[in-house]
Design a protein around this ligand. Structure first.
Ligand code: 13P
Length: 276
């Protein structure tokens, strides 16, 4: 099977979604721009969704819209769930053993790589620790991956995508993001494995474009901004008096949420500067 991400594949944004409507809004933006896309499920979403129904919907809707949509399991810490995602047709999985000592991270990652390879599923893994918005700046810096660890990791694992902490955080940024851009080039010197940027929400278009200027950056993850667009859609529908004037109409709210997520997605995808 063809690897959808490789050293010579296009670059992608990967959007975290939690339901069929949120997936549809992202896919509508992608199809309008004739752009292939990655939909990610967090562990929480994966555990709550009817994954068989979700998978069937995503694949049939993207076929109808004539785009490729790849399903990715985000930040999974256990082999059991990775197994389930592979069994139900997810195209790629992330094993996140970044909180473990490096050797253990390598061992677990290879276990997943063996499992995934049998089904042609791609594997992402993480070195260093990408922190969250709740963490202090000093902790974000402490989580930055060491180049020697990255080197050892990529030489001893069989992964298709590498995530390494370079200063981005999950969630909203406190102050100005401090990204270690030179690490992306240094990583490219030691490996041609596609590099994944986590914590894409809250980065300006300039920063995202700069990240995309590195040819080894193949995937930028956006989660918080999808949720914020959802919230914004609700707020806008209330502001527009859709609720009060016409009585309570879930269709008005649903449509506003859809538009809000679709517009946010479109704005990100335009940064890819391609139409297919
Ligand atoms: P954000 O929530 O900051 O967009 O991060 C997304 C992400 O990296 C998911 O793995």
């Amino acid at each position: 099977m063809v690897k959808y991400i490789s050293s010579n594949s296009p670059q992608y944004f990967a959007f975290n979604v939690w339901s069929i409507p949120s997936a549809k809004a992202v896919m509508d933006a992608a199809s309008q721009l004739k752009c292939d896309i990655i939909l990610q499920t967090s562990m929480k979403a994966f555990q709550q969704l009817d994954i068989e129904e979700f998978h069937a919907y995503v694949k049939s809707y993207s076929q109808k819209k004539k785009i490729n949509t790849y399903l990715h399991l985000d930040h999974c810490r256990t082999l059991d769930w990775i197994h389930t995602a592979i069994e139900y047709g997810w195209d790629s999985v992330m094993i996140d053993a970044s909180d473990k000592p490096l050797d253990e991270n390598i061992r677990l990652t290879n276990e997943v790589a063996d499992l995934a390879a049998r089904k042609g599923v791609l594997v992402e893994a993480e070195v260093g620790q990408i922190r969250g918005q709740e963490d202090e700046i000093s902790s974000v810096e402490a989580g930055i991956a060491r180049m020697e660890d990255i080197d050892r990791f990529v030489k001893n694992t069989r992964i298709d995508m590498l995530a390494a902490a370079i200063g981005t955080v999950h969630g909203q940024y406190k102050g100005v993001p401090n990204l270690h851009y030179q690490m992306i080039s240094e990583i490219n010197e030691i490996t041609d494995i596609p590099f994944v940027i986590h914590g894409g929400s809250g980065l300006s278009d300039e920063i995202l474009s700069r990240l995309l200027s590195y040819r080894n950056v193949k995937k930028i993850n956006i989660s918080t901004e999808v949720k914020l667009a959802y919230k914004c859609g609700i707020e806008e529908s209330i502001c527009k008096n859709g609720v009060e004037k016409s009585g309570f109409d879930p269709l008005v709210i649903n449509s506003q949420i859809h538009t809000s997520i679709q517009n946010m997605t479109t704005n990100k995808l335009r940064l890819l500067g391609r139409t297919s």
